[in-house]
Design a protein around this ligand. Structure first.
Ligand code: NAG
Length: 287
C-alpha cells in the first residue's frame, strides 16, 4: 500500500468515528406550487448514507466524487456513497418527486421550494447539517427521524473489531440504545410541537433482516464490501465485485443500490409494526 493510501486510511478511520447513523427527513407542508408529489417539498439531513455530494470539492476524506462510486448511477460519480441511488433518492421517487432532491451545494433559486438535501458524510463537516430545527419555524410540519443501523455488522466493523467474523454486539447495542431513546423522544416532540407530527423510522431491523437471511433477498455476500477493502473507503481504481446485486454492502459502510431499494421501500411503507412509530412516510404524507 502506498504511503498516501495509508495516510488516507488513518484519516478516514478517524473520520469514521464521527459518522452518525441518524438521518432526519423533513416533509414540509408549505403552500407552494401545485403538488404532484405526495408532499410539496422534502428536506433531508443526515450522513453519508444519503449525502448526494455535499462534500464534493472539500478538503475531507469523506468525499467520493470518483469512480467506481456511481458506477450504476445515471449521472456517474456524484459524491453519493453507493454504486447507484441512495435511500433518499428512492424515497423521493416513492413520494412522487420527478427529480432527486438537490444537494445543498447545487440547489439554486426556485429549486429550494421543492426541498434540499443537506446530508453530509461524517455529519457535521458542513455547519448547515445542524440547522434542521430552524425549518420548523419556516413551517415544516411533518418530520421523520431515522434510527441507527446495526453498525456492529458493517464490513468496516467486522474487519476492524470482530474477532470471530460475527457482528460486534457491543456496537449493535449502542445502535439499539440510540434508537430506543430516539423513539422515546417522538412522544416528547409531538407534545412539545403540537402543530407538527414527528415520526420514528427504524434504521436497524430492516437491514438486519437482510443481513440475517441474505439469500431470501437474493444476496450472496453480507459481510464484505463489493468495492475495495472492507476496512476502508473504496478508492479510485479499486476492484469491484462482478455482480453488485449480490452484495448487501457496496463499500466498507454503505449499502449497495439493491439494498437501498429494499430499505427505502420499507421506510416508505412499513412491513413490520416496528418499522415506524407511529407513521411510515406514506402515512405521514397523507396526514
Ligand atoms: C446478479 O445477482 C442477482 C441477485 O442474485 C441475480 O438476480 C442476477 O441474475 C445476477 N446477474 C448476473 C449478470 O449474473
Amino acid at each position: 500500500m502506498t504511503r498516501t493510501n495509508d495516510q488516507l486510511m488513518k484519516k478516514w478511520m478517524a473520520t469514521m468515528s464521527l459518522v452518525a447513523a441518524a438521518a432526519a427527513v423533513v416533509l414540509h407542508n408549505a403552500a407552494v406550487a401545485a403538488a404532484k408529489p405526495q408532499v410539496p417539498c422534502l428536506f433531508l439531513f443526515g450522513d453519508s448514507l444519503i449525502d448526494p455530494g455535499n462534500n464534493n470539492g472539500r478538503n475531507t476524506i469523506a468525499q467520493v466524487e470518483f469512480k467506481p462510486y456511481g458506477i450504476d448511477f445515471l449521472l456517474g460519480p456524484t459524491g453519493r456513497f453507493s454504486n447507484g441511488k441512495t435511500i433518499a433518492d428512492i424515497v423521493a421517487e416513492l413520494l412522487g418527486f420527478e427529480e432527486y432532491i438537490p444537494s445543498f451545494l447545487e440547489a439554486r433559486g426556485q429549486q429550494i421550494l421543492r426541498g434540499v438535501n443537506y446530508a453530509s458524510a461524517a455529519s457535521g463537516i458542513r455547519p448547515e447539517t445542524g440547522y434542521n430545527w430552524i425549518l420548523y419555524n419556516f413551517g415544516a410540519r411533518k418530520l421523520a427521524l431515522v434510527g441507527a443501523a446495526p453498525l456492529g455488522c458493517i464490513p468496516f466493523t467486522l474487519a476492524i473489531s470482530s474477532t470471530d467474523g460475527r457482528c460486534v454486539e457491543a456496537t449493535n447495542r449502542a445502535s439499539l440504545m440510540f434508537n430506543e431513546q430516539l423513539k422515546a423522544k417522538i412522544d416528547v416532540f409531538n407534545a412539545d410541537f403540537p402543530e407538527a407530527t414527528f415520526t420514528y423510522i427504524d434504521g436497524y431491523n430492516p437491514i438486519n433482516d437482510v443481513l440475517t437471511n441474505p439469500a431470501a433477498y437474493g444476496f450472496q455476500v453480507n459481510n464484505k464490501a463489493c468495492c475495495g477493502l472492507s476496512s476502508v473507503i473504496c478508492l479510485p481504481n479499486d476492484v469491484v465485485c462482478s455482480n453488485r446485486s449480490e452484495y448487501v454492502y457496496w463499500d466498507f459502510a454503505h449499502p449497495s443500490e439493491t439494498t437501498n431499494i429494499l430499505l427505502a421501500r420499507r421506510v416508505y411503507e412499513a412491513e413490520k409494526p416496528t418499522d415506524a412509530y407511529p407513521y411510515d412516510l406514506r402515512r405521514l404524507a397523507l396526514l
